[in-house]
Every structure is written in structure tokens, then in C-alpha cells.
Design a protein around this ligand. Structure first.
Ligand code: DAH
Length: 342
């Protein structure tokens, strides 16, 4: 038999405990406060939990079950409310953080005064595109080089007269005269041959340095691009054909190239190559030739099995020609009135 005299006050007590727990959860101000409230509500002597010990005092089994279920659903409601409130606080913490840590990038998007690549960089990128189209890979080497890579391995031993043509800047590092600022991109050929097994089809653009007084056509720091092909059965005809294909791809269909006999220690035979402009004038572009057997040997490539050709030319000169710049020094003064024209 249900004993209403003890059940009714208990039902009220449960409802009251549940209501006050829910109110406290709803009005708590922040996450730490919610956490300590949650700890309080989970304590054995919290109002709701204390009522569980009261259950034992009921006499009727029915009453115990009814009140037990009521207490249980009150506990579930309270812990659900705790979960929801915790989620709300965490969500608003995340939103606040997003606002707090947001970066205003609108200026970057709307700023119309955007820069662009320097004309030498533009020329280098176009050269790379053309040679990649011809099946070449791009390689790079350091600007500080050894005497070995810059001269010795390129068939210019210590006493070689050609060394004096490269007005070399040496560094005070290691043995005197052993470390320098590379005077051309040719030492990258040596690095490539020493690290890749043939066949090699590579171009090597980069900055080079010579002890030169700046004038309208010279700078002590300038840029070159080197080309190297090493494979079985490579002949001078491949060299001439590559130069011609490059000339047409880079300058246009109505340009042609020619090779003139010349001398470089690292190639044999050697040539200089010129290109003919639309107005019929020839301009000198660079040097080239068949890689000298001594150069192959110094890079541990067997000249009986492999042969190859190489070429090298100045990039600044090409940018100067293309944009009709009078004085090469203008390209490096960083005067915005000049730079912005291109
Ligand atoms: N390194 C030469 C220079 O700076 C240019 C050059 C000539 C590079 C002939 C080559 C070559 O690869 O075969 O004057």
C-alpha cells in the first residue's frame, strides 16, 4: 500500500532539488563556475543524492520504485543540463577565440599597388619555361664556390691564362685563393655531373660575380644561365640544333642563330653564338661547345662512352635587349619609376 503521507513530501523534495539544480546550472556565469557546480551536484550529500538515501526509509515497495524512478529521471535531467551548458560555454569560447585570433587580410586583397617580378627574374622564368619545354631539368649551385669547381675541374689549372679573364673575387676563407664568389655558372656543370649519372639534360641559372666597375654594359654582380647535355652519341649538330630551337622558342620564329669559332678551356671545339634580330642586326649572346674530355674525366664520366655539349650566356643582357634598356645600371637602382614600366 502506498503511503501518501511520506510520498508526497518526498516528491516535492525531489522536484524542488531538481528545479534548484537546473536553475543554478542555467544562471552560472562561466565554465569554471559550472565545473565547480557540477562537482557539488555530484557529491554524495547534494540535495538530490541525499534524497536517494531517504528511499530506504519508505515502507511500500511500490513507493520505493516510483520515487526511485522519479529520482533517477531528476538525475538524468540534471546531468543532461550540465552537458548542454558545458557545450554552450565551450562553443562560445571557440567563437570568442576565432574573433580574437582572426587576422584582417582585407588590406592584402584590396591593395591594388601590387609588385611584380624584376625583369631579370622575368627573363629567367621564361628561359626556364622554354628549356623545360625542350626536356631540360633545372639545377642550382652555391654562389660561394671552390677554386676546383670554378676553374680546375673546368680544365683551367692554376697557371692557365684564361683565369685572368675572370676578374675573380676571392674570399678570406681556408687556404688563400681556394674559395671564391663564382665567376660564372659553369661550376654548376661540375656539381651536376658529380651528382647525377648521365644522361644529363640540365640548365643552371644563377648569380655570378666579377671584379668589374659598373658601366652601361657591366655590373660586378650579374646573372647567367648554363646548359649541359651529356649522353651517348651527342654531336656538334645537337648543340647547333638546340641553340636554334631555343632561339626560335624564346625570341620568336623570325629570329635565327649562328655559331662562330671561339675558345673556352672547358669546351673543344668552342663557339660563340649570336642571334639575328628582326632588323637584321646580330647580337652576341654567349659561349658554347662540346664538353672537353678533361672536364668529363674530372667529373668521373668516361669520355669514351659519353659526350656532350654546354652553353652559357648572360641573362641581364637579354633583359636589357628585350626591354631596350639603355644603361644596365638602371636595372639595379630600384627606382620605382623605372621598375614600374615592366
Ligand atoms: N662560362 C663562360 C663565361 O662565363 C660562358 C660559357 C662558354 C659557358 C662556353 C659554357 C660554354 O658552358 O660551353 O664566359
Amino acid at each position: 500500500m502506498s503511503d501518501q503521507s511520506s510520498v508526497n513530501p518526498m516528491r516535492q523534495a525531489i522536484e524542488k532539488a531538481q528545479a534548484s539544480a537546473l536553475l543554478a546550472i542555467k544562471t552560472v556565469s562561466d565554465l569554471p563556475a559550472l565545473r565547480s557546480l557540477s562537482a557539488d551536484l555530484n557529491k554524495k550529500d547534494s540535495p538530490l543524492n541525499a534524497l536517494k538515501t531517504e528511499l530506504g526509509k519508505l515502507n511500500s515497495v511500490d513507493d520505493k520504485r516510483t520515487m526511485g524512478q522519479l529520482l533517477n529521471s531528476a538525475s538524468i535531467a540534471v546531468s543532461a543540463a550540465l552537458d548542454i551548458r558545458t557545450g554552450e560555454f565551450e562553443q562560445s569560447e571557440i567563437s570568442a577565440r576565432i574573433v580574437r585570433e582572426a587576422m584582417d587580410l582585407s588590406e592584402l586583397v584590396t591593395n591594388r599597388r601590387r609588385g611584380h617580378s624584376h625583369i631579370v627574374t622575368q627573363a629567367t622564368m621564361r628561359l626556364e619555361d622554354v628549356f623545360i619545354g625542350l626536356g631540360f631539368q633545372i639545377a642550382e649551385g652555391p654562389e660561394v664556390e671552390t677554386d676546383f669547381n670554378n676553374f680546375e675541374a673546368l680544365n683551367m689549372p692554376k697557371s692557365h691564362p684564361a683565369r685572368s679573364e675572370f676578374d675573380t673575387m676571392f674570399l678570406e676563407y681556408g687556404e688563400p685563393g681556394s674559395v671564391l664568389l663564382r665567376t660564372h655558372t659553369s661550376p654548376v656543370q661540375i656539381r651536376v655531373m658529380q651528382s647525377w649519372p648521365p644522361p644529363i639534360y640540365a640548365i643552371m641559372p644563377g648569380r655570378v660575380f666579377r671584379r668589374d666597375t659598373p658601366d652601361a654594359t657591366h655590373m660586378p654582380v650579374f646573372h647567367q644561365i648554363e646548359g649541359l647535355v651529356i649522353d651517348r652519341g651527342i654531336t656538334f649538330a645537337h648543340l647547333a640544333g638546340t641553340i636554334e630551337a631555343f632561339t626560335k622558342a624564346f625570341f620568336g620564329r623570325d629570329f635565327t642563330s649562328r655559331l662562330r669559332p671561339s675558345y673556352f678551356p672547358f669546351t673543344e671545339p668552342s663557339a660563340e653564338f649570336d642571334i639575328r634580330r628582326q632588323d637584321g642586326e646580330w647580337i652576341e649572346l654567349g659561349g658554347c661547345g662540346m664538353v672537353h674530355p678533361n672536364v668529363l674525366v674530372s667529373s668521373s664520366i668516361d669520355p669514351e662512352e659519353f659526350s656532350g655539349f654546354a652553353f652559357g650566356f648572360g641573362i641581364d643582357r637579354m633583359a636589357k635587349e628585350r626591354h631596350k634598356v639603355e644603361d644596365i645600371r638602371e636595372m639595379y637602382t630600384n627606382d620605382l619609376r623605372f621598375v614600374k614600366q615592366f
